[in-house]
Design a protein around this ligand. Structure first.
Ligand SMILES: *[C@@H]1O[C@H](CO)[C@@H](O)[C@H](O)[C@H]1NC(C)=O
Length: 269
């Protein structure tokens, strides 16, 4: 979100002690997210009141106006030996700050201040820097295990360690884009076709993409057991039936000839 420089100036007038001239502004993103250990290049630009000369530039965390010099991470009036905070800007319009090999404790809201021969001016809003120890974007699932039974369901959620302005979610299975947009992906009536590597991304360029979450769909064991039971019962019934049939045939053969009985009964009748 870009703030109207005019609005920003008014806000700065309220916060800054010496910001008497509205002909200046400082602009940086609201928030900036970086993975621990990597380098953060925080874009920043400023304009200073016309006719004045910038004599000092400062970056500081915590303080709204950077008046507590002990906390400054960069101060052009000091010599910085071996600092992880590098000023990439100039004294005209660029105030880009680079933080190399970020560590968790670098997470803070940083402000930029410049001082001219006419006064001191601080970008009141600041830029919230978040250093995360894991991935910036992550897929979380509703199941503890990534093995799900056929016919089952799972909900995947795309989470981010930082709050981005445009939360535009994109889902992929094995690298192919899915139609779903939104932070949650609900998969139900799972079949083997649903198995694969799921990733989510917070922008369509594919940057800020999560690590894959693998879904394995297995045959439902309960259903398999039921099938097995039915087939065993059928086989047993068939065996019993065959045994009975065999017994019957055997009994018939070893019994006295039926002809005599027939003859006898006819005689009696
Ligand atoms: C400011 O300086 C940085 C680092 O030198 C550079 O990458 C960036 O493009 C500059 N920005 C502008 C607006 O000139």
């Amino acid at each position: 979100m870009k703030m109207n420089p005019w609005t920003l100036s008014v806000l700065l007038l309220l916060a800054g002690p010496l910001g008497a001239d509205p002909g200046w502004h400082v602009e940086y993103p609201d928030s900036f997210c970086v993975v621990e250990g990597s380098t953060a290049t925080i874009p920043c630009s400023f304009t200073h009141p016309a006719g004045q000369r910038v004599e000092r530039v400062v970056w500081c965390p915590y303080s709204l106006i950077c008046h507590l010099t002990v906390f400054n991470v960069y101060d052009s009036s000091k010599v910085w030996a071996d600092s992880r905070f590098l000023y990439m800007g100039d004294r005209v319009k660029n105030c880009t700050l680079k933080i190399i090999k970020t560590v968790k404790r670098d997470s803070a809201t940083y402000h930029f201040r410049f001082e001219t021969n006419g006064g001191g001016y601080t970008g009141w809003k600041g830029v919230r820097v978040t250093v995360t120890d894991g991935e910036v974007v992550k897929v979380r699932s509703s199941v503890t295990d990534n093995v799900v039974k056929e016919g089952g369901q799972v909900t995947l959620t795309c989470t981010s360690a930082c709050s981005f302005h445009q939360l535009d979610f994109h889902w992929y299975r094995n690298g192919h884009a899915l139609s779903e947009t939104g932070p949650a992906l609900h998969l139900s009536c799972l079949t083997n076709d649903d198995a694969g590597d799921y990733t989510c991304s917070l922008d369509s360029s594919g940057q800020k993409t999560s690590a894959p979450w693998s879904l394995v769909v297995v045959e439902d064991e309960d259903r398999f057991d039921w099938h097995l039971t039915v087939s065993v019962v059928l086989k047993v019934l068939l065996a019993v039936f065959l045994l009975l049939l065999a017994g019957l045939v055997f009994a018939k053969r070893s019994a006295p000839g039926p002809e005599h009985e027939t003859v006898y009964s006819e005689v009696v009748r």
